[in-house]
Design a protein around this ligand. Structure first.
Ligand code: PGA
Length: 249
């Protein structure tokens, strides 16, 4: 059976002291979690504190973004090797907030995924439709277009996890129903099977993200194709993140 993955996206929240406290509390409760992999994504300036706090535990730390070059005159950017040296083993790529507010395109995301894999980081690639796209009935086309473009030219996709995050469910308190999420997860796995083969489809983890909370996590976690969660708001409080992680137990 595949290991589940429960990841906390801390977005632009926490200073180093707050991140250290939250991470050490999670180390105590989920540091040797037997049923799932746990990962946290603090802002760059809090990475060192979080890495220090979880050292020696099973909790992975990742960057929320990265650039595709290793070094150079790219003011404001962080490279894959810098993340590795800061103690990261993972990176988020293509979060809808990056796509929307920072104009990240699929061709940029493709370079980011390749750079992350090349450096030995495990990327979580986020995909998802807007409300308008869902209402016009083109959700599947949107997911297919994003996935195929973002993963273009990549043969080994097993180190990647996909996060299906409907844009209309992020930070809105409106989560996709377990059925809506499960339909898209199934569709995504079939797409992967057609392009990368059945072994890749069975092995890849497809997470759900978008207003996951302790009270809706259990019903989502029961769905066969949901292999974990990417949690935003509810990952900033140890109690709620722990409760969400326990929903897979
Ligand atoms: P949310 O965010 O859980 O606050 O909706 C999810 C995400 O942005 O990854």
């Amino acid at each position: 059976m595949k290991r589940l993955l429960v990841a906390g996206n801390w977005k632009m929240y926490t200073d180093p002291a707050g991140a250290g406290n939250l991470a050490s509390r999670l180390k105590g409760s989920l540091g040797s979690c037997g049923w799932a992999d746990i990962a946290i994504f603090p802002p760059f300036t809090s990475l060192a504190a979080a890495v220090d706090a979880v050292r020696g535990s099973g909790i992975a730390v990742g960057g929320q973004n990265l650039y595709w070059e290793n070094e150079g005159a790219y003011t404001g950017e962080i490279s894959p090797s810098m993340l590795i040296k800061a103690g990261c083993t993972m990176a988020l790529v293509g979060h809808s907030e990056r796509r929307t507010h920072f104009n990240e395109t699929d061709s940029m995301l493709n370079k980011k995924i390749k750079a992350a894999l090349g450096a030995g980081l495990h990327p979580i690639l986020c995909v998802g439709e807007t409300l308008e796209q869902r209402e016009s009935g083109i959700t599947e086309q949107v997911i297919e277009k994003q996935l195929m473009a973002d993963l273009d030219g990549i043969d080994e996709i097993e180190p990647i996890a996909i996060a299906y995050e409907p844009v209309w469910a992020i930070g809105t308190g409106k989560n996709a129903t377990p059925e809506q999420a499960s339909d898209i997860h199934k569709f995504t796995r079939q797409l992967i099977g057609r392009k990368w083969g059945e072994k890749a489809a069975a092995g890849i983890r497809i997470l759900y993200g978008g207003s996951v909370k302790p009270d809706n996590a259990g019903a989502l976690a029961e769905k066969a194709d949901i292999d974990g969660f990417l949690v935003g708001g509810a990952s900033l409080k140890a109690d709620s993140f722990e409760a969400i992680a326990r929903s897979f137990k």
